[in-house]
Write a protein that binds this ligand. Structure first.
Ligand code: HEC
Ligand code: HEC
Ligand code: HEC
Ligand code: HEC
Ligand code: HEC
Length: 373
């Protein structure tokens, strides 16, 4: 029964009827938005533009491309890709365009079910597609119609793909909800307003537009906004407290492959006399945020076949936790340094997969220093 409902929903929800307009075609008028979008991970979401996605897909699902639902949602043969009847093709612009402009701007509604969310589209047959967003009285365009829709204001539009993902054993793999299991204001943090119009001609004389870079873990500026750290320590004490607050609208870990942690050191007369870990952040499990899965034999496994968690340290949106350490008795002049560090992929996994560049880079978040007086 469940499979039938799922298939019917899939059929209804994935029939985009208007002729595909590729991402490049938007450049003529939306030059800035086009530029930003093509630098974003949305544009690079297919196996042809994302090395990590390609490698994980080959590992966990060599024959089928179920990932297409979110990674190349505009594919004209979406269903065949998902069932494995057809394979991804670099000749298809719809697939190369990944999470494309055309696709994102025709979502009319996001249906939230218990174990998955589904995107619905404007389903009318027409020569010109209708693009939905949040503009007040959009100017006319000879390429498309425009229409306002609330999901582009209250961020529901993000939840079809970022909401939640479970594997077939009902183990949750990804979760984009906030501490109340609700959608936060994704657009406010991830699409800040830039000066300028929405089009080159800008006949409406607009002074700002919603940026489309969708910066996240690959941006030091964003990583600096992720968490707040607070150090509590005093002279003659052998206790140190580090308090971390997650300032984001979602948990610290949404994508389990990420590694994020606090590194804390105590320096005395120019020498490090204590640190919360020596070589591997996992030595301090309280301060290390990542998710590892296990299979039915309790062995570490990939998320696709997981039966549960081998390690799961996370912190919900807008939540705080304090970590306590026993340390050498503090003296005047000791310097405590605590900083936030993020990796797109856990280094051990990155080296196993032979990944480089952005995948082996350390992204630096906030850094706090306390000198003992
Ligand atoms: C020939 C010029 C032109 C082209 C090409 C074009 N647009 Fe537009 N688009 C416009 C104009 C004009 C507006 C209205 C802008 C305004 O009012 O400030 C607009 C508005 C929009 C809006 C806002 C709709 C709303 O109701 O808020 C979206 C979304 C949009 N375009 C998407 C696209 C996408 C996606 C493409 C490429 C597939 C594209 N456009 C190609 C001219 C164009
Ligand atoms: C329900 C939608 C959905 C499905 C289905 C899905 N993904 Fe994703 N995937 C996402 C979203 C959303 C992100 C971005 C998450 C983030 O950065 O926290 C993502 C990110 C990723 C990343 C990280 C890429 C990077 O470079 O940062 C990998 C790898 C990945 N997905 C692999 C897969 C594979 C392999 C499949 C299929 C077996 C798959 N995904 C299926 C939604 C999905
Ligand atoms: C059609 C599915 C889909 C929709 C709708 C969608 N996203 Fe994404 N998003 C993805 C996928 C897939 C990725 C990961 C691409 C990759 O890394 O390969 C991603 C990546 C991102 C990233 C970058 C993560 C990183 O690695 O730095 C951010 C930020 C983001 N999305 C925010 C949003 C927001 C905010 C919205 C709503 C306005 C939204 N997304 C709507 C599928 C979607
Ligand atoms: C209060 C601001 C804020 C809100 C609200 C917010 N985010 Fe974020 N988000 C951030 C910051 C800052 C980062 C970068 C730091 C990081 O990735 O650790 C981030 C990172 C991300 C990433 C990449 C994370 C990773 O580990 O791969 C994705 C994807 C994302 N956000 C999507 C969303 C979506 C979808 C929503 C709405 C449901 C949303 N964000 C709401 C601030 C916010
Ligand atoms: C991940 C989904 C997503 C993708 C991909 C995407 N957009 Fe948008 N776009 C949005 C959302 C959400 C808004 C509304 C943001 C707001 O008004 O605050 C928006 C707003 C707009 C607007 C209105 C400008 C404004 O200031 O509100 C235009 C025009 C537009 N997009 C064009 C494009 C074009 C062209 C592309 C591709 C080059 C594109 N979008 C890709 C989600 C997306």
């Amino acid at each position: 029964m469940k499979i039938i409902i799922y298939t019917v929903l899939l059929l209804v929800s994935t029939s985009l009827n208007a002729k595909y307009l590729d991402t490049k075609s938007c450049k003529e008028c939306h030059d800035m938005i086009h530029y930003e979008h093509t630098t974003s991970m949305h544009h690079k979401s297919s196996i042809f533009k994302n090395e990590l996605h390609k490698k994980i897909k080959a590992k966990v699902s060599p024959d089928k491309y179920g990932c297409a639902l979110c990674h190349t949602p505009g594919a004209s043969n979406l269903r065949a890709l998902m069932t494995g009847e057809e394979q991804p093709s670099a000749k298809s612009t719809e697939q190369l365009d990944g999470v494309s402009c055309f696709y994102c701007h025709q979502i009319t509604k996001v249906l939230e079910l218990k174990h998955k969310n589904i995107n619905f589209y404007s389903n009318k047959k027409s020569e010109k597609p209708t693009f939905l967003a949040a503009l007040d009285k959009p100017d006319t365009s000879d390429k498309h119609k425009s229409k306002s829709n609330d999901i582009y204001k209250n961020s529901q539009v993000c939840m079809g793909c970022h909401g939640k993902k479970y594997n077939s054993n009902k183990v949750i793999i990804c979760n984009g909800y906030n501490e109340f299991n609700k959608t936060s204001d994704c657009i406010k943090c991830h699409m800040p307003k830039n000066p300028g119009g929405t089009t080159k001609l800008n006949k409406r004389g607009r002074t700002q537009y919603a940026s489309h870079e969708f910066l996240g873990i690959r941006s030091n500026t964003m990583v600096k906004k992720a968490v707040e750290l607070y150090i509590a320590a005093s002279k003659n004490s052998d206790m140190l407290e580090i308090t971390i607050t997650n300032k984001m609208g979602h948990s610290i870990i949404m994508q389990p492959m990420r590694l994020k942690y606090i590194k804390t050191t105590i320096e005395r007369s120019g020498k490090i006399i204590w640190s919360n870990f020596k070589t591997d952040p996992m030595e301090d499990k309280e301060a290390t945020f990542t998710i590892l899965f296990k299979d039915k034999d309790n062995k570490q496994s990939n998320p696709a076949i997981a039966k549960g968690f081998k390690f799961n340290n996370n912190l919900k949106a807008n939540s705080t936790k304090t970590i306590k350490y026993n340390i050498p008795t503090l003296q005047k002049g000791d310097i405590i340094n605590s900083s936030w560090i993020s990796y797109v992929v856990r280094p051990s996994l990155a080296s196993k997969l032979g990944l480089e560049d952005e995948y082996t880079k350390e992204y630096k978040g906030v850094s706090k220093i306390l000198e003992i007086k």
